[in-house]
Design a binder for this molecule. Structure first.
Ligand SMILES: C[S@@+](CC[C@H](N)C(=O)[O-])C[C@H]1O[C@@H](n2cnc3c(N)ncnc32)[C@H](O)[C@@H]1O
Length: 247
């Protein structure tokens, strides 16, 4: 897919969700390998850090856009009693299920589900988490509304994402990494023509960490931590649903 066609996915009325669902379904077999290579082996450490930031022993957790399940597994390792991994790309979920069968992951369950229409009751989970997903959701506010709905009062949220880079001396290097290195590596490893060309375009259309903090606050969350990692190319936001009021 050319850059122009990728750009068009971000125009009003474009069906970006279907593109994302199809694309992840097509790259599922190489997705984990590509993650390890692209992040020089750092990505699992970020997921562990995210899980430890919010999970308390005995928690019920929903992992929205769980993909191949790595954040869900990190939440079990961090002490969660039960993790529900939801994703709208079935082949990604099949990978997660296979990994769950191979490991000691307690009560992890994986099911088809859309982050903008969670198949869960109100105030039913202690933690809502998501890694490298929200940038791909056209209606971000709907996803945040759903997170607020399913979290119990006082519940916690953590989001890992590749933010739009803030101005600074490292931005040119990050641009070369995402615009030149990642698409080439991605094509080589995944064999998919457009998936990793979509990635830098989606980052450009996303929010800086400050802007995402504002969106979380607009959705009613109290933002408790914003951490920039890997020279600012990855951001972790931790937030809480207020204990007494409804969001
Ligand atoms: C970059 S992968 C991240 C997977 C996983 N969270 C991880 O840490 O590796 C993005 C995943 O989000 C899923 N996704 C994107 N939009 C979604 C939505 N609206 N509802 C459910 N899943 C979604 C995709 O199918 C894909 O599996």
């Amino acid at each position: 897919m050319s850059t122009d066609r990728t750009e068009r996915l971000f125009e009003e009325g474009a069906d970006r969700a279907t593109y994302v669902q199809t694309m992840f379904s097509e790259i599922s077999s190489r997705y984990d390998l590509m993650n390890r290579v692209m992040t020089v082996g750092q990505d699992q450490g970020w997921r562990r850090r995210a899980a430890r930031a919010v999970v308390r022993p005995g928690d019920t957790v929903v992992d929205a856009g769980t993909g191949t399940g790595d954040l869900a597994f990190a939440c079990i390792d961090a002490g969660a009693a039960q993790v529900i991994g939801l994703d709208f790309a079935r082949p990604m979920l099949m990978r997660a299920r296979t990994k769950a069968l191979r490991g000691e992951f307690g009560l992890t369950g994986f099911a088809l589900g859309d982050a903008t229409h969670l198949p869960l009751p109100d105030a039913s989970v202690d933690v809502w988490c998501s890694a490298f997903v929200v940038r791909n959701i056209p209606d971000l506010d709907a996803a945040l509304r759903e997170a607020a709905r399913v979290l119990r009062p006082g519940g916690r949220l953590v989001v890992l994402e590749i933010p739009k880079m803030e101005a600074g001396p490292l931005r040119p290097f990050a641009r070369v990494h995402f615009n030149q290195v990642v698409p080439r590596l991605g094509r080589l490893i995944s064999g998919h023509r457009s998936a990793y060309a979509y990635l830098p375009v989606s980052v450009d259309h996303f929010l800086t960490p400050r802007e995402f903090t504002a969106r979380l606050r607009d959705a009613g969350f109290e933002v408790t931590l914003v951490r920039r990692m890997m020279f600012g190319t990855v951001a972790m936001h931790v937030a809480q649903k207020p204990a007494a009021t409804t969001v």
